[in-house]
Write a protein that binds this ligand. Sequence first.
Ligand code: HEC
Length: 145
Amino acid sequence: MRAKLLSSVCFMGLVLSPSIWGMEMSMMQDDERTSLGIKGTMQGEHQLSNMREHLSAISDIVRLMNTNKYDEASKIATEKLGLTLEKNSMCGSFKNQSFEQVGVSFHKAGDNLAQTLKTKDHAKSMVALEKVLNGCVMCHSTFKQ
Ligand code: HEC
């Protein structure tokens, strides 16, 4: 009885697994995000390391907000997420105008967050942070390396 149950479970596994593979394949084929054509390049590596910095900036900002260190949080938002000259030219270096626009408006949201954090108003800062995070999500759903 037990062996029978086991073999039928195995059988189901066999039947199901190709369809799971098929699902994964079709999800991959459905990735219609615009490619920047930089996968595996030096520029691509640089972008990913920048991205990891963005993520740790968000984490630092939330931690500092939670410990009432709004000025420090604001400084990180300016330096790591705001529109500096370097970031402006970085966003433009991918030769894709709509990527540049999304990137620049994301960094402007970063500057807006920095300004809002200076008010030390938690609720307003959360709204400003939400706008920044929407920028991350928006770009990731539109572009890939
Ligand atoms: C203007 C576009 C854009 C914005 C804005 C953006 N990213 Fe990215 N990010 C990308 C692209 C493109 C990739 C590569 C994704 C791919 O090829 O699938 C990426 C990859 C990443 C990765 C993967 C890094 C790795 O080492 O693999 C992380 C983490 C990340 N982004 C975090 C963030 C966070 C957090 C934000 C917002 C604070 C953000 N990004 C905003 C474009 C953007």
